[in-house]
Structure formats: C-alpha cells, structure tokens
Design a protein around this ligand. Structure first.
Ligand SMILES: Cc1cc2nc3c(=O)[nH]c(=O)nc-3n(C[C@H](O)[C@H](O)[C@H](O)COP(=O)(O)O)c2cc1C
Length: 417
C-alpha cells in the first residue's frame, strides 16, 4: 500500500513532499508553522490577512494604533468611507511579515502567502496591488489567491519583476470559477502554477452556498477539473483540499491524479500554530454536533466554525477605525449595518446581541471565531487525553510525518510525555 511519501509535487526541477498546509487567517498559520512545514520539505503558508496587526504583534510596530489615532474622530460615525489604509505602511507590514519569515527559512520546502480577495480594505484594487507586490518584493516563494474569483489579480502583478518566476496559484471550488479565471488571464500568457480545489468540508470561508454546500463533494469537483485541464492540454498541478484527515485519505487523492493535498484542521492543535493554547483545547474537545456552517461572516461567504465561538452573537461596536479590513470601498460592511439595526432595537447599547453577522476583523484578531474543518471532531483521536482532562498538544512535525507516512487509515499518536 502506498503512502504520501511515495509521491512528489513537481514544480519544474523542484520536488516537494506533496503536503501543503493551507493559509489560516490572522496568523493561525503562523510563520513558525510555515517554517516547520518548509523545513520538512512541504509547502507552508503564512497569511496576509490583517497583516499590520500581525506585524504589530510580531515586531512591535504600531500600525494599528497609528491608524486608530488618525481616524478616531470618525468612531461614532456609521459611514466609514473616510477610513483608509496607508499604503506605505501596508507595504511595510507585509514586507516585514514575509521578509523575516523568508530569511528564517530552512530546508527544501517552500513558503507561500495566502491572499484573500474578500479583504477589500476600503480600496480593493489599490490595497490588493500593494499586498501582492510587497509579498513578491519580500521574496515569498509563491502566492495562493483565495476567497474570491481574483479575475484581476494577475494583471495587478503583471509588471512585477517576479511575475513569471514566483509560484502563483488560485483556490477554486468549481470548474466554472477556474474557467473564468483562466479565460480572464489568457491575454497575459501566464497560466497559474497550481490550482487548489477546495471542497465543502474545509475550514475558513466556503466557496459554496449556505443552503447547498452539502450537495457538493471534493472528489467529484477535483475529477471534473482534472479532466477539463486534460482536454484543454493545460499541464497544471491540481491540489485537493478540505476534509483530508489521514495520510490514507491523502494518498487516495494522490493516486487519483492530484499533485498534492492541502490540509489545515489537523495543524490547528499543534504548538506552532497561532491559536492560543486554550482555544486549541476547544478544537480537541469538539464533538460532531458542536460544528456549524453559518452566514455570520460579513463577506457573504458561509463559514464553518464551532458553535461555541465567542464571535457568534457578540454585538461589539464595529472597530473599523483600527481595522476595517472588510470595508467595501464605500465605507460599508454587513456587520456595521446589522449592528446599527440592533442599536435602534435593543435598549442597552452595552449589551447588544447581533446574531446574523459578526465583526470578523475584531473576532479573528482576538481568536474568538473558531473556524475549523468538518472533521474537527476527530482531532481528539489524534492525541492523548492527559490526567488533567486536557489533550496533549502535538508538534507540527508529528502531524506532518503522520500525513507523510501513515497507511491503512491510521493516525499515529504522539510520544507519551
Ligand atoms: C482555522 C482555519 C482558518 C482558515 N483560514 C483560511 C484563510 O484565511 N484563507 C484561506 O484561503 N483558507 C483558510 N482556511 C482553509 C484552509 O487553508 C484549507 O484549505 C482547508 O481548511 C483544508 O481542509 P481541512 O481543514 O479539512 O484540512 C482555514 C482553515 C482553518 C481550519
């Protein structure tokens, strides 16, 4: 029986272990995690979501404080159109986060940055152009375009010196989304270097409808995309993502013709990931009924999370003067609308509940939105229950090696401590 290590992901002359740890926003897929995955020969992701706040945490910069100081006069105003990012600082924050990570890289693997289109930052095109260019300037090995169709993202990079040498790929959840992307970019004569196909069991935002995500499955979408690429004679590695929980799941996908797998949920309980230790225990303890797919993200995409996430129902005041990553360019965000509606209905403004939307910037920043893949409830089977009732935290190396070498649907438990 074959295991993942019997396969390699080929990028030109480079060969990698075909395991990619996906981007997990607002520093859950931390530099430490990405570095470990690269050291082990796979591909790790960092994320550029809320990168000024990540830089503030990592490097003691003051980007978020400066932005708040500049716009605090607007705090009471429901119209956030004046709240704009300083593009110079955005570039600096990205370069710090990416550059320092790349400097620390060891081993044969690669480090990519996950870049979400839905982070419209009140000036979608300008901020995205800066984020992409700064990542390339800072030497990132590749960029994974996610959470959006990204129809113009290649064009935003086309004049960059690294446009043709960096590995650039896209996450799609349907053949149609991929076709749109490829057609739109035909004039650039630059196909993506990889395509991540993300199915409905993934963590984070889902590229399916809230009402119909259950009708789709990763294997079918992946097979459709592989066969279309063959017909079009496009030789692009396809990477499957979402619900690949064991090494055997992964090797079955590799046997079916994908070039690599992208995984995330199993790494949320590793010591290198950015989640606080207490939150990691929530992931370990989750049962199947503790997970839901809901519509509280202001992006409009469904999101899977633990039902116990403090973000659900929390009616905090919008924090766009400091953050504002989801502002649409006209100073709007679906959470501001929901919050202001509740403000007119609920008598005590200090205890407002907002059930239909959440202030995703603040909640992700504070690790209060516990997004996870469908199989989060199996994490408890990947570790040891300790005498104090908590689960033993895993190392990224342990989880990576388990994906790489395990067979027969088995999951290796960590060494007893
Ligand atoms: C905690 C968490 C946060 C995530 N955040 C992002 C994100 O910011 N951007 C993104 O493109 N995908 C995000 N994802 C999706 C993963 O990168 C990955 O493709 C997917 O979760 C793989 O499925 P698995 O978790 O079942 O292994 C996230 C997943 C998790 C578990």
């Amino acid at each position: 029986m074959k295991c993942v290590d019997d396969y390699r992901l080929r990028f030109g002359k480079r060969e990698l272990v075909p395991i990619i740890v996906g981007g997990m926003g607002v520093d859950i897929s931390s530099a430490e995690l990405a570095l470990e995955v690269a050291r082990l020969g796979g591909i790790g992701h960092i994320s550029d979501a809320m990168v000024p706040t990540v830089s503030d945490r990592r490097f003691k910069t003051k980007f978020t404080r400066d932005k708040f100081q500049q716009f605090k006069y607007n705090f009471e105003n429901p119209d956030k159109s004046a709240v704009q990012f300083n593009l110079g600082q955005l570039a600096e924050a990205t370069q710090l986060h990416v550059g320092r990570t790349m400097e620390a890289k060891r081993g044969d693997g690669m480090i990519f940055i996950n870049c979400m289109e839905k982070l419209t930052m009140n000036a979608a095109k300008d901020t995205l152009r800066v984020r992409l260019a700064a990542g390339l300037d800072a030497g990132v090995d590749g960029i994974t375009l996610s959470a959006g169709l990204h129809l113009n993202s290649f064009a935003l990079m086309e004049d960059h010196a690294r446009f043709r040498d960096a590995k650039l790929g896209i996450i799609v959840s349907s053949l149609r989304a991929l076709q749109l992307f490829i057609r739109k970019n035909a004039r650039l004569n630059r196909a993506p270097d990889f395509i991540v196909v993300e199915g409905p069991l993934a963590g984070g935002h889902l590229g399916f409808g809230l009402a119909d995500w259950q009708q789709y499955d990763l294997a079918t979408i992946t097979a459709e995309i592989i066969s279309w690429l063959r017909i079009e004679q496009l030789d692009i590695p396809v990477i499957a993502a979402g619900g690949i929980f064991t090494g055997s799941d992964a090797s079955a996908y590799l046997a079916s013709g994908v070039a690599a797998v992208q995984v995330a949920t199993r790494f949320t309980v590793t010591s290198e990931c950015g989640l606080p230790a207490k939150v990691r225990q929530e992931y370990f303890k989750a049962g199947e009924d503790d997970v839901e797919v809901n519509g509280i993200s202001p992006t409009g995409y469904p999101m899977r999370m633990l039902k116990s996430s403090p973000a659900i129902g929390d009616g905090i005041r919008p924090n766009c003067e400091a953050y504002g990553y989801l502002l649409d360019g006209n100073g709007n965000c679906a959470y501001i609308t929901a919050y202001n509606r509740e403000l007119t209905i609920q008598p005590d403004p200090k205890r407002i509940k907002v059930l239909d939307k959440t202030c995703l910037c603040t909640q992700m920043h504070d690790f209060n939105c516990w997004t996870c893949g469908h199989y989060v409830y199996r994490l408890k089977d990947t570790s040891r229950l300790l005498t104090d009732g908590s689960y033993q935290t895993l190392s990224a190396e342990h989880v990576f090696r388990d994906y790489q070498f395990s067979v027969d649907g088995k999951v290796a438990l960590p060494p007893i401590i």
